[in-house]
Design a protein around this ligand. Structure first.
Ligand SMILES: [Zn+2]
Ligand SMILES: [Zn+2]
Length: 262
C-alpha cells in the first residue's frame, strides 16, 4: 500500500506537468482510474464552480425567452453520463451564480499555470461525497507542452485535476448568433468528459471507440469526444450539426455506454 501511494503521487505530479487534453501521457491513466472510481462510485454531488476574468465572461441566459438556458446543454450531457446513478449535479446557469476574478494579464496558459490558478480558487466541501470541479474562463491562449501557443484550442482539462481552462477569445472567434454559445457548451462537455475519465482514461472501454493515436478521444466524428471537436474549425461544424439536429445530447452511445457500465 505504501508503495502504491508513492507511485500515485509521482504519477500525479508528472501528469500535471506534461498533460493537457492534447497530450495525455500514458502515465496519466493510473491517476485517472482512481479519480474516476470516486466520481462514478462515491460521489453523490457534483458541483461545477465557474470563474471568469473581465472580458472573458461566459455566455448566460437563454436563446429565446421560453427556451432553456445555454448552460442546460452542459448540465444535460453531464446528467446523461451519470444516468442510472444518484448523483446530484449542480451547474450555474447565469453570471450571477458564477465567480468573477481579477484580470490575470496573461497571454498564454500552460497546464501548470491553470493548476496554480485552480489551487488558488478551488472550493472544497467538508462532505467527501461532494466534489467540486473548477472551470476558468480566461483571456489569452493555451500554451502546449511543446511550448507553442495554440490559437485554435478552445479549452483544456488538466489531467489528474478538477481544473478546466476555457479560452474566451477563441470561443468568440467561432462566429455569431448561436454558434459561439454552442461551441462554449460543447467544449465544456468535451473537457468534463476528459476530467471524468473519457475516453479509456479511467472509464473502461465497452466497445472499440478509443482513438488512441490522438490521446483520450473517441473515433466517432459525430461524438463530442472526437479529438478535433475541441479545436476551432471542427467545433463549428460539430455545433452546426447539433443545432440543426434539435437534440443537444453530444456524447455518442459508445461513450455513454462506458460511463453507464463502469
Ligand atoms: Zn480532448
Ligand atoms: Zn464517443
Amino acid at each position: 500500500m505504501g508503495n502504491f501511494l508513492s507511485i500515485f503521487v509521482v504519477v500525479l505530479f508528472t501528469s500535471v506537468i506534461f498533460s493537457g487534453c492534447k497530450s495525455n501521457s500514458s502515465n496519466s491513466e493510473t491517476t485517472a482510474i482512481s479519480s474516476t472510481q470516486i466520481y462514478f462510485h462515491q460521489m453523490k454531488t457534483l458541483v461545477v464552480d465557474v470563474y471568469y476574468e473581465p472580458g472573458a465572461e461566459p455566455y448566460e441566459g437563454k436563446p429565446t425567452t421560453n427556451g432553456n438556458y445555454y448552460w442546460n446543454i452542459f448540465e444535460d450531457n453531464l446528467k446523461a453520463l451519470f444516468s442510472g446513478r444518484t448523483v446530484v449535479i449542480s451547474v450555474p446557469k447565469e453570471l450571477s451564480s458564477m465567480n468573477s476574478i481579477s484580470a490575470q494579464n496573461k497571454t498564454t496558459w500552460s497546464a501548470l499555470d491553470v493548476v496554480d490558478l485552480g489551487n488558488k480558487f478551488q472550493k472544497t466541501s467538508s462532505d467527501s461525497s461532494e466534489i467540486h470541479f473548477s472551470i476558468f474562463f480566461l483571456k489569452g491562449n493555451a500554451l502546449g507542452s511543446d511550448g507553442q501557443t495554440n490559437v485554435n484550442t478552445i479549452g483544456f482539462s488538466v489531467t489528474g485535476t478538477r481544473f478546466i481552462a476555457m479560452f474566451k477569445d477563441v470561443i468568440k472567434g467561432t462566429g455569431s448568433l448561436l454558434v459561439p454559445k454552442y461551441v462554449e457548451q460543447s467544449t465544456l462537455v468535451h473537457e468534463m468528459g476528459h476530467a471524468l475519465g473519457l475516453v479509456n482514461n479511467g472509464l473502461t472501454l465497452t466497445s472499440s471507440h478509443h482513438d488512441s493515436s490522438h490521446g483520450a478521444h473517441c473515433t466517432n466524428t459525430n461524438c463530442v469526444m472526437y479529438y478535433l471537436n475541441e479545436g476551432k474549425s471542427d467545433a463549428i461544424n460539430f455545433v452546426n450539426q447539433i443545432i440543426s439536429s434539435g437534440s443537444t445530447l453530444m456524447f455518442d452511445e459508445a461513450c455513454l455506454n462506458d460511463a453507464k457500465s463502469f
